[in-house]
Design a protein around this ligand. Structure first.
Ligand code: ZN
Length: 948
């Protein structure tokens, strides 16, 4: 029997071998140029030794590159390999230091000299001159931060080998004069994902069609890291381990150039060279000058080889979170964008095929040419660098009389996170130990206050310090953009809605973090101590009746979530309170001993959770709240429900928003949840979840699947949607009463009356003089009647069509929070929100707005004004723009619309975010609202379930 099966098996194999035809051509034969020239010492293994194909004809996996580095570290004295981080999937990230053996022995002393040159407060001109004479050139060469842009890392493999094995005198001379740090694979998890796709979609014949799966790969694609983060937007936000490790080492070394090698569209050519406008004004102009020098040498070499290329074009440099954050620290950033050839090559419109090997060769040659340019100009570049460093700390620079202040705040979790980001960039931060009076303080909403007192315990960041340009770039409320650029941008917008802005136009850290801050036109220096986090106190008494964590701190949500996961009954106090002398803000988390009669060692569980989160806990001996304040048996101590969370995922969803939602649950909360393939919605068992998250996207949800979701909501589910998924919900029938602005113009007056009710209900200054009149007053004025401007449906439609072309592409606008809504626990009265071309939400019916666009600023002289469908009541102005490019037309369009809505439907609810509240893991202000929704939603917004 066994023998019989074996014979069949062999026979089958044979048939298969015969049916697979030999390919008609091989991509490795398409390109005959030599990358590695063969003039190498024998003791170092050729890259082919580590690959199962000829070098540069296919994509090397991260593991293959790592094994080459490990072997080479033993074979050569021209390199030193440092592991600077581990990815989420536990792959190592390496910085390969390559230089002469002599220089490699002295790395510490070289690094020390660079540090001295970087600080003009401890170094004078004469000393600087000596340092510049002694210092070798330093280059940081980094590749393939986007994992599916593969050719860079393959070039890096060849570059390392070439530098450590070449017998060429030029190379030996180069190594005498330079320390070259090669960062070969900046995103190993993304590269591994794409390499797996290549393996899975490989057939026998080479495929040159850039639309086929072997070229595109599968959702979520190889561009991003494990949590689908674009690592090339993370260089100042520093949320991912790859970036954290890398930035720490780059900042230690302060290289003269940083090359960041990418790929772009397959049908493109090659781009390098300095950015076009808008360029962030904090970048030293010398760097743009040097950028042109490098681009010219590189272009000449491409010309000589008959390779096509261009410079500038779409490459702009306003956003400081690219790899070019280094520019703010005095390093020249150089971008490579090679057209993407995957591994078989790509057929172009003219009929030619560009091979993968050629794309690797472009990256290789670019690298070698840039190193050569640096070798020739290193001393002059150091001199310019030194001038820049002197300017940053001089008493008459543009940075000299300016300080940024993050106002003292009880949200320790958030402010500590901000402090860590700043410190990682060598930014010096301080704390004031007594109040400081200042003049002309500029607030985040653009209002200047003549006399202002900075409260004790604020975070003070003088701009006058060695890293002044970076301080300014991430803390100034607005990045300056030239008039010509603004005019061009507006023309493009009006013409066809296109934009010359490549990324967000606002990135102010304090606004992203939702922390109130001011800018002061003076160099604050006196009575400051170095910033240290406020100490947390763990006051956990075994016989307390209540243990509580203040709701102001973002980590309180994680505290509640982790206890709920361990089946502890947890309550939330939905109103400011005072218990046993402890002030607790609304949203404070309370664990009541009596709620958990059979829970053993509850205080120990609480202690473990609080210790893990490093958050203060208070023990309360009595549940009595003085006077009107909540008491523990009253309705303000609301029972939470253990969240059972699902994130819908895969095709149609934005991988970024899925990834950051997933990361946020893992990173900010650390609790269990499931990521579901959205196709499961129609047939899966949704009863397992009480909270379902729809990240932004255009998921292909059938009507049947939508009905299933709505049935689940009506039975008590909490459905949370972001941005484009919100758009899907508001444009679907039967999914609640929140509407898109452009479908409401025939009812605009009714929406305005609802808005006026919302605003006037919060007004303290209500005229009650006629409350006891018996006679009907015929002279009453109503809010909407004090302005004689109203717009017809047609006028509103025309305005909207025009305004819709001018929507912001990532700017920060202000939103006023409903302080009685549980979704806004922990939030300030005004929350800065990142805004783009988002759905404009109109609440009606049962739905309410927890966050509405625009800060109402008192102005007693102001009369009622009409903007589009809504009004600004008399006595107020409305501020919308906070930072970045928001055209006034866009401000009008989004003013008074909702950013965050909640609607009870059946026994459950739908919560909608207009934007992406977790943007890049750094929109901490809106992230808190999202965490509230996810963790508190099923307890606070739905009918409680009683198990009979
Ligand atoms: Zn890229």
């Amino acid at each position: 029997m066994h023998r019989y099966i074996l014979i069949i098996f062999i026979f089958t194999l044979d048939i298969n071998a015969n049916t697979l035809m030999n390919p008609t051509s091989l991509s490795k034969d398409l390109y005959q140029e030599v990358i590695l020239d063969d003039n190498y010492i024998d003791s170092v293994d050729h890259p082919n030794e580590f690959l199962d194909f000829d070098y540069a004809t296919r994509v090397a996996t991260p593991e293959q590159i790592t094994s080459a580095l490990k072997s080479w570290a033993n074979q050569s004295d021209r390199l030193k390999v440092i592991e600077y981080a581990r990815s989420h999937e536990n792959r190592p990230l390496h910085a390969v230091f390559i230089s002469s053996p002599e220089n490699l022995k002295n790395l510490n002393s070289i690094k020390d000299k660079i540090s001295q040159l970087a600080d003009a407060r401890i170094t004078n001109d004469r000393k600087a001159k000596t340092l510049i004479n002694e210092l070798p050139a330093v280059a940081w060469m980094a590749y393939s931060i986007h994992g599916n842009e593969t050719s860079g890392a393959d070039a890096a493999l060849g570059v390392i080998y070439h530098l450590i094995a070449s017998k060429d005198d030029d190379i030996l001379e180069l190594l005498d004069d330079m320390v070259i740090i090669v960062d070969p694979v900046m995103n190993p998890d993304g590269r591994a994902r794409f390499a797996k796709n290549l393996e899975q979609y490989r057939g026998t014949a080479p495929n040159y069609d850039d639309q086929s799966l072997i070229h595109t790969g599968d959702w979520p694609y190889g561009r991003t890291n494990h949590y689908y983060y674009d690592l090339n937007r993370d260089w100042v936000y520093l949320t991912q381990p790859e970036t954290q490790g890398r930035v720490s080492l780059i900042n230690e070394w302060k290289p003269q150039i940083l090359v960041d090698a990418h790929e772009m569209g397959a049908q493109d050519t090659f781009m390098t060279g300095p950015a076009r406008e808008p360029i962030n004004k904090n970048v030293d102009y010398d760097l743009i000058k040097w950028g042109n020098v490098f681009a010219k040498d590189q272009g000449n070499e491409f010309d000589r080889r008959n390779w096509r290329f261009y410079t500038g074009e779409w490459h702009e440099d306003l956003y400081p979170g690219y790899s070019f954050y280094v520019a703010f620290r005095g390093t020249l950033g150089i971008l490579y964008e090679q057209s993407r050839m995957a591994e078989d090559g790509v057929r172009r419109p003219e009929g030619t095929i560009q091979s993968y090997k050629e794309s690797v060769h472009h990256q290789f040659v670019s690298t070698m040419i840039n190193l050569d340019t640096l070798k020739n100009n290193s001393k002059s570049m150091y001199e310019d660098y030194w001038d820049g460093r002197k300017y940053n700390v001089s008493s008459n620079s543009k940075y000299s009389n300016r300080s940024y202040v993050v106002l003292a705040n009880d949200n320790n979790g958030r402010i500590n996170a901000l402090a860590e980001k700043l410190k990682a960039q060598d930014i010096e931060i301080y704390k004031n130990n007594k109040p400081i009076n200042v003049s002309n303080a500029l607030k985040q909403n653009g209002v200047t206050v003549n006399e202002y007192t900075i409260p004790t315990g604020s975070m003070i960041i003088p701009n006058n310090q060695p890293e002044a340009p970076l301080v300014s770039a991430i803390l100034e409320f607005d990045a300056e953009i030239d008039d010509e650029v603004l005019i061009e941008e507006k023309q493009k917008r009006i013409k066809n809605g296109s934009s010359i802005m490549y990324d967000t136009t606002a990135f102010n850290f304090t606004m992203m973090f939702g922390l109130p801050a001011i800018t002061v036109p003076q160099d604050l220096k006196d009575n400051l101590t170095n910033w240290t986090p406020s100490p947390e106190s763990l006051e956990i008494n075994q016989d307390a009746v209540i243990w509580a964590v203040d709701g102001k701190d973002d980590r309180s949500v994680a505290f509640a979530a982790r206890l709920l996961e361990q089946n502890v009954q947890v309550r939330i106090i939905d109103k400011n309170s005072t218990l046993s002398g402890h002030d607790l803000s609304r949203g404070s988390v309370a664990v009541i001993a009596m709620d958990n009669p059979s829970y053993n060692n509850l205080h120990k569980t609480i202690k473990t959770v609080a210790t893990d989160l490093d958050i203060s806990v208070v023990s309360i001996e009595s549940g009595f709240g003085p006077k009107e304040l909540p008491d523990w048996g009253g309705r303000h101590f609301r029972l939470l429900k253990k969240p059972q969370i699902a994130i819908l995922s895969h095709s149609g969803f934005s991988s970024y928003d899925v990834g950051v939602s997933w990361w946020s649950l893992d990173h900010h909360l650390g609790i269990r949840h499931s990521q579901l393939n959205s196709s499961l919605t129609g047939y899966g068992d949704l009863r397992r979840y009480n909270t379902i998250i729809l990240p932004s996207g255009n998921p292909d949800l059938s009507d049947y699947a939508k009905n299933m979701l709505m049935d689940w909501v009506k039975q008590g589910g909490t459905l949370i949607a972001n941005n484009r998924s919100t758009r899907t919900i508001i444009s679907s029938d039967g999914m609640g009463s929140v509407k898109s602005l452009n479908t409401t113009f025939d009812k605009s007056k009714s929406y305005n009356i609802d808005l006026m009710r919302e605003i006037y209900s919060l007004e303290d200054n209500i005229d009650i003089s006629d409350a006891n009149d018996n006679k009907v007053d015929t002279e009453i004025t109503y809010p909407w009647e004090t302005s004689d401007v109203t717009y017809t449906k047609e006028q509103l439609e025309m305005r909207d069509k025009w305004q819709s072309t001018l929507m912001p592409s990532g700017a920060i606008v202000s939103a006023r929070a409903d302080s009685e809504n549980w979704l806004t626990f922990g939030a300030e009265d005004v929350v800065p929100v990142l805004y783009g071309n988002y759905p404009i939400l109109m609440t009606g019916g049962n739905s309410t707005a927890a966050l509405r666009i625009g800060e109402l600023i008192p102005n007693k002289d102001s009369k009622t004004k009409t903007i589009n469908w809504s009004q600004i009541p008399s006595g107020y102005d409305l501020n919308v723009r906070m930072s970045g490019l928001v055209w006034p037309e866009a401000s009008q369009r989004i003013a008074n619309s909702a950013y965050l809505t909640r609607e009870k439907i059946g026994k459950g609810q739908i919560i909608l975010f207009s934007g992406e509240p977790n943007f890049r893991g750094s929109a901490r202000g809106t992230n808190r609202l999202w965490l509230n929704a996810v963790i508190y939603g099923s307890g606070l917004g739905t009918n409680p379930l009683v198990n009979p």
